[in-house]
Design a protein around this ligand. Structure first.
Ligand code: CDT
Length: 306
């Protein structure tokens, strides 16, 4: 399948007290709207099933683990998988994954239109910090609750289209996009939970934060000649605001659909995967133009060295 009607299912706030079941009801309702619009694929946000719990400092592992899913699908998410299969819509969404070995990842999956999981990604660039930070306006404890993903930036053939995923902070790193670009990716799906306020710089402002998000996705899409779908969890969660700004971006780096609200909102676009070919065969024909003899620092060094 080369032409997909894609839905970006932005979600509004999820409070700490909201049950998984009530969230899944909202996701099913967005899926129903997507079905009416003829969508073949719907992308939901990062950690779509719960509030953005890494803002809360927890010391008891048993409490931390209540935010994680031990299997997927599970009882709470089965209705979403069932409706997606019934409507023949592929879905992608993020959740906190607790493996049988006791490992914790910030994960996303993608299904085909039969509701079978055909791809999994575990977030690699984990932002934030490990210990309580009294200097910040609020906490961002992803480095405390998750370990870095161990699956790399894989791509997946989903019904004839090469799809990849990344999660939130990953979108800001060109390496994320290029590793998938080097596999010929045609669609990158990502969800995010981005605070509207910089916890270390209150003066930054929402406009700049939305711009940086959009810049990252449009640049990544253009420089790798791929479609990009970036979907927010937005709104005010227990007093903490998250920004919206969900977008669908074409392989030339242009935004073709953009959310207007900070609530549950579906954006859609018809995405022809063959539009990736021109960029991949010309200015971003990697085989002809890349000069890897000068890229050594990208993999041999982490911080700045002179
Ligand atoms: N969820 C996530 O990765 N959010 C980050 C905020 C980082 S602030 C410590 C983001 O890059 O949007």
């Amino acid at each position: 399948m080369r032409e997909w009607v894609i839905g970006g299912a932005q979600m509004g706030a999820i409070q700490k007290s909201d049950s998984r079941e009530s969230v899944v009801e909202r996701m099913v309702s967005l899926l129903d709207q997507a079905a009416e619009k003829g969508c073949d694929l719907v992308v939901f946000p990062e950690l779509a099933l719960t509030t953005f719990f890494p803002r809360w400092y927890m010391e008891e592992q048993a409490e931390v683990d209540t935010w994680f899913e031990r299997e997927m699908p599970n009882a709470a998410t089965q209705p979403l998988f069932d409706r997606a299969r019934e409507k023949r819509i592929a879905i992608s969404f993020g959740y906190a994954e607790l493996t049988p070995e006791g490992r914790h990842f910030n994960t996303s999956i993608v299904t085909n239109r039969d509701g079978e999981i055909v791809g999994k990604y575990r977030k690699i660039h984990l932002p934030g910090h490990v210990e309580y930070d009294s200097e910040r306006d609020f906490q961002h404890l992803e480095k405390r609750y998750f370990e870095p993903g161990d699956l790399g930036f894989e791509t997946f053939d989903n019904e004839g289209t090469l799809m990849g995923m990344c999660i939130c902070n990953d979108r800001r790193w060109p390496e994320t996009w290029r590793v998938m670009g080097l596999q010929g990716v045609e669609l990158v799906m990502l969800g995010y939970n981005t605070p509207s306020i910089n916890s270390q710089n209150r003066g930054e402002g929402l406009e700049k934060r939305l711009y940086h998000s959009e810049l990252s996705v449009t640049a990544g899409a253009y420089q790798n000649a791929t479609w990009g779908v970036a979907v927010a969890k937005a709104g005010v969660e227990d007093g903490f605001p998250l920004m919206g700004g969900s977008i669908i971006v074409d392989p030339d780096g242009f935004v073709v659909a953009r959310a207007q609200t900070e609530g549950d909102e579906l954006i859609t676009a018809t995405c022809d995967m063959d539009l990736c070919q021109f960029g991949k065969q010309t200015i971003f024909d990697f085989a002809r133009h890349r000069r890897i003899e000068h890229y050594g620092r990208i993999t041999s060094q982490v911080g700045v060295e002179r």
